[in-house]
Ligand binder design. Sequence first.
Ligand SMILES: Cc1cc2nc3c(=O)[nH]c(=O)nc-3n(C[C@H](O)[C@H](O)[C@H](O)COP(=O)(O)OP(=O)(O)OC[C@H]3O[C@@H](n4cnc5c(N)ncnc54)[C@H](O)[C@@H]3O)c2cc1C
Length: 278
Amino acid sequence: MREKKPDSLFPAKNNNSEFVILNSKLIIGAEGDRSIVAKKLAGIKKENDHYCAGIRAYYKGVEGMHSQNFIELHFLEELLPGYFWIFPLPNGEANIGAGMLSSSVSSRKVNLKEDMLRAIANNPNIKDRFKNAELTGEIKGWGLPLGSKKRALSGDGFLLVGDAGSLIDPFTGEGIGNAMYSGMMAADHIKEAVEQNRFDAAFLKNYEEQFYTRQWDELKLSHTMQKLCKYPWLFNFVVNKAHKNKALRETISCMFEDLDLRAKLRNPLFYLRLLMND
Ligand SMILES: Cc1cc2nc3c(=O)[nH]c(=O)nc-3n(C[C@H](O)[C@H](O)[C@H](O)COP(=O)(O)OP(=O)(O)OC[C@H]3O[C@@H](n4cnc5c(N)ncnc54)[C@H](O)[C@@H]3O)c2cc1C
């Protein structure tokens, strides 16, 4: 006889494969990109303009990595608006990958895996570094839910943290920092919720507001930078100037860390000054 699935949003099975119903005053959606809590309780849906496709591969024998193991982000024309990365690993291995906004993947009918392999084989800027390199294992793909749009991170009896709440930086594709940060912030709010026995939407909204008060400016700025990559001529112009000018080069490197500097990229005067100065 087939066991009947219980009428529950989150039917779960125990170790004996029997359906069980767990009751709780609060559930934390922390299950990453495919969060059931985000989908069923917060109504979060995948939106291609705020979602990135990512693939990663492991290689050994990639040449020319920095002696101090700096990570490399390459904005290759065939992978714009997105980037190709080389992250050095121990024992001469490297994590190689590429990410691109899902709306671009679908509008241009991109096959990210094929395009990345083609770039590795043919792109004049990287192909020589891969001439003796060997792919180890499979190339795997996963989605990156971007924080370029505010989402409901809380509601009656639930909170969302990390990728479940779509909190990845839309420019760099980094999500670990915001996942940890939102987790820490959620922990403080959960403590208060338990102390005050308040699990209603109005009380839990404080978490969402606090998170966005702290992080929204940064996410918004990164969204602006992501959009800049859609204009390769502008991107090339800035990078070429930076190539010739050490101070500008350092400024741009610091923009990844320093939000006030990053804000300059939104100001047309920044580009005018670049145009005027060699
Ligand atoms: C190809 C690629 C490269 C990336 N590179 C970087 C990078 O260089 N730097 C960076 O900062 N970020 C990077 N990211 C993003 C980063 O991986 C995520 O933002 C981060 O892992 C989010 O953490 P999380 O804990 O929210 O989710 P996850 O790391 O996805 O963890 C969720 C966990 O929940 C578990 N789970 C799922 N469903 C259930 C369930 N029903 N019950 C119980 N457990 C469940 C999963 O198995 C998983 O262990 C990359 C992402 C991709 C796809």
